[in-house]
Design a protein around this ligand. Structure first.
Ligand code: C2O
Ligand code: CU
Ligand code: CU
Length: 477
């Protein structure tokens, strides 16, 4: 087991990844455990439990959700939406020392994963770190990621899809100085939107129906409620999207083909605005864009839509709407340059000319697999062992008829090349942690394994595929 010095200082007195007992006074139970200058500046308690919530259907629906309690840190660290089943949005800054105490009050084992954050094995929510009912797990990490939209969700093997579907997820927003200098739209003019589908039966209760395709719903939820219409001021907005669905892929467009100005992806801001008229948006992907509502009249409706995934097959549907009010917003400008994005030099990779190949295929008796291998708790193939400090090229090949959004834990990667099958329009710009591999696609990503040693996982983020074994360990030594 290994950890960086920085973490060693934090963990030394408590024991790595220790499970501690719950206590009534968290603050006093924890403060003694840190050396003075290594104290966390943010302490949060997150509890997963069953709750009855009226998400706007006039009915109390049984959910499993995270509730948060801020023990230390600025008030805006935890933001909740009324009537939502989602966990609080956690907002921190790059460099923050964060302690999160997770209490499992669910009737089954669970563990939280911080999707997109670069943390050590002990803090990553690996499925083998699940805790039982009524146990707690303490995370201590320094936020190393740049500003961006990350998120958190459970990660127990075989149950991730079910637990997320019950409502367990939340956003994790990171801010930093580089971003602040841009003066992007903020306050009311910054919106976080999480898209999820759920199947509600006639009694207004959730039904988890899974198949080889995943679990799909008959209703869409935005930020964990059934509110679909949002009032906006006449001004420039910064809008963050997370596809928090288990399996649904959207083909996002704004009505009448209006231009979408992408500013960020999974791992934060792009270098410059990327103009799109539509894009595929897969589970776990994040997307940030600017939209100017000042050119509209009061009462105008702007729609975010999903076009048919394949042109000519099926019909488009509205995901949500904005209604423009008569109020003028604060004036913000679109920056010409967004960030200092550095492209990873392909020659940095030790295997540029012989990428590691990962075939996304089903296998009889196993389920969905990667190279014919299903998930095995403590196993790696030789090609799943990586030397610390190396940069590698991985190639995902999808010979099936089903899309697979592939996610790798640890550092953010970049898409090096895509040989498309029949369909175009995946999100390949910027730093990524999840990349959509459509039928027939061959996608090469380049990734640095230079931050933490240890065991991490990579998997399909169609959560039913993941649970049906489309997940593997990799080990950095
Ligand atoms: Cu969002 Cu391993 O997951
Ligand atoms: Cu992840
Ligand atoms: Cu898949």
């Amino acid at each position: 087991m290994s950890f960086s010095r920085r973490e060693f200082l934090n963990k030394g007195l408590l024991g790595v990844g220790a499970t501690i007992c719950s206590s009534n006074s968290w603050a006093s139970a924890t403060t003694k455990l840190f050396l003075k200058n290594d104290e966390p500046n943010i302490i949060i308690k997150l509890t997963a439990k069953q709750q009855l919530i009226d998400v706007g259907e006039g009915i109390k629906t049984k959910f499993w959700s995270y509730t948060g309690e801020l023990i230390k840190g600025p008030k805006k660290t935890l933001q909740t939406t009324n009537g939502s089943y989602l966990g609080p949005t956690i907002e921190v800054r790059s460099g923050d020392k964060v302690r999160i105490i997770f209490k499992n009050e669910l009737p089954e084992p669970s563990i939280i994963h911080w999707h997109g954050l670069d943390v050590s094995h002990e803090n990553d929510g690996h499925p083998h770190n699940v805790i039982e009912t009524d146990q707690t797990y303490q995370y201590d990490f320094v936020v190393e990621n740049r500003a961006g939209t990350y998120w958190y969700h459970p990660h127990p093997h075989g149950r991730t899809g079910f637990q997320v579907y019950q409502g367990l997820a939340g956003l994790f927003v990171v801010r930093d100085k580089e971003e602040e200098k841009l003066n992007l739209p903020s306050g009311d003019q910054e919106l976080n939107l999480v898209f999820q589908d759920r199947y509600f039966n006639e009694e207004g209760q959730l039904e988890y129906r899974r198949s080889m395709m995943g679990a799909f719903g008959n209703k869409l939820f935005i930020n964990g409620t059934s509110q679909k219409k949002f009032n906006v001021k006449q001004g420039l907005y910064r809008i963050r999207l997370l596809n928090g669905c288990n399996a649904r892929i959207f083909n996002i467009a704004i009505n009448n083909g209006q231009e979408i100005k992408q500013i960020g992806s999974d791992g934060g801001l792009l270098e410059r605005i990327n103009k799109l008229d539509r894009f595929y948006f897969a589970p776990a992907e994040r997307f940030e864009f600017l939209f100017d509502f000042s050119k509209f009249l009061p009462g105008d409706i702007i729609k975010i839509e999903s076009l048919p995934l394949v042109e000519g097959r099926g019909t488009k549907y509205t995901i949500m709407e904005f209604e423009v009010s008569d109020e003028a917003g604060v004036v913000f400008k679109e920056p010409l340059k967004l960030s200092n994005f550095t492209k990873i030099d392909p020659n940095e990779a030790i295997n540029l000319n012989s990428p590691k190949l990962f075939e996304l295929i089903p296998k009889r008796g196993v389920g969905w697999t990667i190279n014919g291998n299903g998930y095995e708790a403590d196993r790696y193939e030789k090609y799943e062992i990586i030397k610390f400090g190396d940069t590698e090229v991985w190639e995902f090949y999808n010979p099936t008829g089903m899309p697979h959004p592939m996610h790798i834990h640890g550092t953010q990667f970049q898409v090096l090349k895509r040989y498309s099958g029949r369909l175009q329009g995946c999100l390949d710009h910027g730093w990524k942690d999840t990349v959509l591999v459509l039928p027939g696609d061959r996608v090469q990503v380049i990734k640095r394994f230079n931050t933490y040693k240890g065991t991490f996982i990579y998997h399909c983020h169609n959560l039913e595929h993941e649970d049906m074994s489309m997940m593997r360990n990799f080990k950095i030594i």
